[in-house]
Ligand binder design. Structure first.
Ligand code: SF4
Length: 348
């Protein structure tokens, strides 16, 4: 029913259909690709520093070096946070922070080594492509050498953050100091080549048009066809609170309907390439996330024991206990299962 490859025009033709039609198509494809099971992970996001030289205009989290509330967590503080998360059942730690020029690559290596030693059962899902590229720059090592050093220290997978919209016109406008879309791709392809699985993300509503959204998803599809290294695709909408972009350009948060449309479009355009499409209760709230399960999503994301980046925008993102996630999923009439980072079922 669907061609293996989509052109931008075909993607746009789909995008222009009404949300209900797209939702029905996506729901059918979701059932075909993953059945009715809805998965989730017990996870914790730790942000080791908020000092960042990138100063993206859509980000409310970063601080400059000298700011009163700038921070860098010590390795001991990080271990304490991981310990708390593990006590709450976490099987995944997503570690992300700003691009902080004062941190040598040894800081990241020690973080990984100590996590591996003290909490061997937890998946070390650490550092987005922009951070890894920045580490390479600061240390003077090549990208591949940097990734190999991190793997040697215990890196197991990489979160796909920082993709925003994979289009340089948009990136120049909203994050001119951050890696280009091709550099993002280079980190992902290199990671996949050395056996590191990663997720892929998309933040939409940054002032891009439908064509750029379609192109983003098709670029993810192309990378996946080349490497097969993406485990999941996670789209969410720009959270404008406390950001320069919203203040200066008056960009507002995308509607729930727009979000559902993007989720459905992702399922359709990535069909046969990436099986897992994640609903984002952190940015959309639990009710829209429940509805997203009928627009192509098959995964409810994580419990988010801790999260600071979205919270900085004023969006109320809070820890949801596993029992509550299970209830939210079952309320939709679908079965729930707890998974690990790589989508293996652990329970349920
Ligand atoms: S989004 Fe990331 S890279 Fe951009 S300013 Fe915020 S912390 Fe820095």
């Amino acid at each position: 029913m669907f061609p293996e490859e989509f052109s931008i025009e075909e993607g746009l033709e789909l995008y222009n259909r009404d949300v209900q039609t797209l939702g029905q198509m996506a729901d059918g494809l979701r059932r075909e690709a993953c059945g009715d099971l809805v998965t989730f992970v017990i996870d914790c996001n730790i942000n080791y520093t908020n000092v960042c030289v990138s100063r993206c205009r859509f980000c409310a989290f970063y601080r400059s070096r000298g700011a009163e509330d700038a921070y860098v967590l010590s390795i001991d503080e990080i271990m304490e946070k991981i310990g708390e998360a593990v006590r709450l059942g976490a099987t995944q730690i997503l570690m992300q922070g700003g691009l902080n020029p004062d941190l040598p690559v040894e800081y990241y290596e020690e973080m990984l080594e100590k996590t591996r030693k003290r909490f061997p059962s937890v998946q070390r899902h650490f550092f987005s492509p922009a951070e890894i590229q920045f580490m390479a720059k600061v240390s003077g090592n090549s990208l591949k050498e940097t990734l190999e050093r991190l793997v040697e220290a215990g890196l197991q997978s990489i979160p796909g953050g920082g993709a925003e919209i994979l289009d340089d016109r948009v990136r120049k406008k909203v994050s001119p100091n951050k890696i280009s879309w091709e550099e993002w791709k280079e980190v992902m392809v290199t990671a996949h080549e050395i056996g590191l699985p990663t997720t892929a993300t998309m933040v939409f509503g940054l002032g891009e048009g439908p064509e750029e959204r379609v192109r983003h998803i098709l670029r993810i599809r192309e990378i996946q066809e080349e490497t097969g290294g993406f485990t999941a695709f996670i789209p969410w909408s720009f959270q404008p609170g406390n950001t320069v972009l919203a203040r200066r350009e008056g960009i507002r948060k995308a509607s729930g309907i727009e979000y559902l449309k993007v989720v459905a479009l992702s399922r359709i355009l990535l069909h046969g390439a990436i099986p897992n499409i994640q609903a984002s209760h952190v940015t959309q709230g639990t009710r829209v996330a429940q509805v997203a399960l009928f627009y192509g999503a098959n995964d409810f994301g994580g419990t988010m024991i801790e999260e600071n980046v979205v919270r900085a925008t004023g969006t109320v993102s809070q820890y949801i206990a596993p029992e509550k996630i299970i209830r939210l999923i079952r309320d939709t009439g679908r079965p729930a299962a707890r998974r690990d980072t790589l989508y293996n079922i652990l329970e349920g």
